[in-house]
Design a protein around this ligand. Structure first.
Ligand SMILES: Nc1ncnc2c1ncn2[C@@H]1O[C@H](COP(=O)(O)OP(=O)(O)OP(=O)(O)O)[C@@H](O)[C@H]1O
Length: 236
């Protein structure tokens, strides 16, 4: 479904990603886990074709990225929200929904459903400038989900979101996965990994481990994925 082949990327003299190979099957929910600066966002930007790799290729459904047709079927949530701050949350949803080809009753119903999911029903009419960080994050997630894409690529979607809502959002990711969506979620929070089926662990631009979360944890003495980082860091 999503195939990352031999991807390397440097910014200036700094090598950010080193020969990453990763295959994500349809209907998988995978976590890109890595400490801050590991290269997760860079890998995500490469997957959606926002930047080019120095080496390697990315294929989605057999199509080499970037590909405009495939992009339409991706719901992307950037780490730093790309929202219009001087209009309401509702108008942001209407605008982005329109860009994605939704209109009329379909758009209205999708917005209604999604506002419920991210718990923004009561705040939808407020100007986004007056939203808290968590509310902006939720609106950004709503925009990514609005057109019901087959593929979701979410860069740290739950940062700044309270634990109760975080739980319900993860339940929703699992429900979407059960409905056949393919989801890539980046995080640096260990406990979120356990909610994923597979995890790709990135450390200093290198994919140090990839597999089923249970298998990865079983590889370590403590049974915790965190230990993989300590091992990668020479046991420090
Ligand atoms: N456009 C750019 N130009 C130069 N350096 C960049 C650029 N984008 C990212 N970097 C550098 O690449 C490295 C990896 O950044 P990236 O944002 O991919 O990490 P990350 O794993 O997503 O981190 P975080 O969890 O903090 O978001 C960092 O050292 C960052 O400073």
């Amino acid at each position: 479904m999503i195939e990352i082949r031999n991807i390397s990327k440097a910014f200036g003299k700094k090598q950010i990603l080193n020969n990453i190979n990763l295959r994500v099957e349809k209907g998988d929910l995978i976590c890109l886990l890595g400490p801050s600066g590991a290269g997760k966002t860079t890998l995500i930007r490469l997957i959606i074709g926002a930047i080019n790799g120095d080496e390697g290729e990315i294929y989605i459904r057999g199509n080499k990225m970037p590909n405009l047709e495939i992009l339409k079927d991706i719901g992307f949530m950037p780490q730093n929200e790309a929202l219009y701050n001087d209009i309401s949350g509702l108008d942001n949803l209407r605008f982005f929904g329109g860009l994605m080809g939704l209109k009329g009753e379909g758009l209205h119903n999708s917005i209604k459903e999604i506002l419920k999911l991210v718990n923004l029903e009561d705040d939808a009419a407020k100007i986004v400038d007056n939203y808290s960080g968590g509310m902006k994050k939720r609106l950004s997630l709503a925009i990514a989900l609005l057109h019901d894409p087959d593929i979701l690529i979410l860069d740290e979607p739950t940062v700044g979101i309270d634990p109760v809502l975080r739980k319900s959002i993860w339940q929703e990711f699992n429900r979407l996965k059960e409905n056949g969506k393919t989801i890539i979620v980046s995080t640096h929070v260990m406990d979120e990994v356990e909610k994923c089926e597979h995890a790709a662990i990135i450390y200093n631009g290198i994919l140090i481990a990839y597999g089923a979360v249970k298998d990865l944890a079983a590889r370590t003495q403590s049974g915790s994925i965190e230990e993989l980082f300590f091992t990668a860091n020479g046991g420090v």
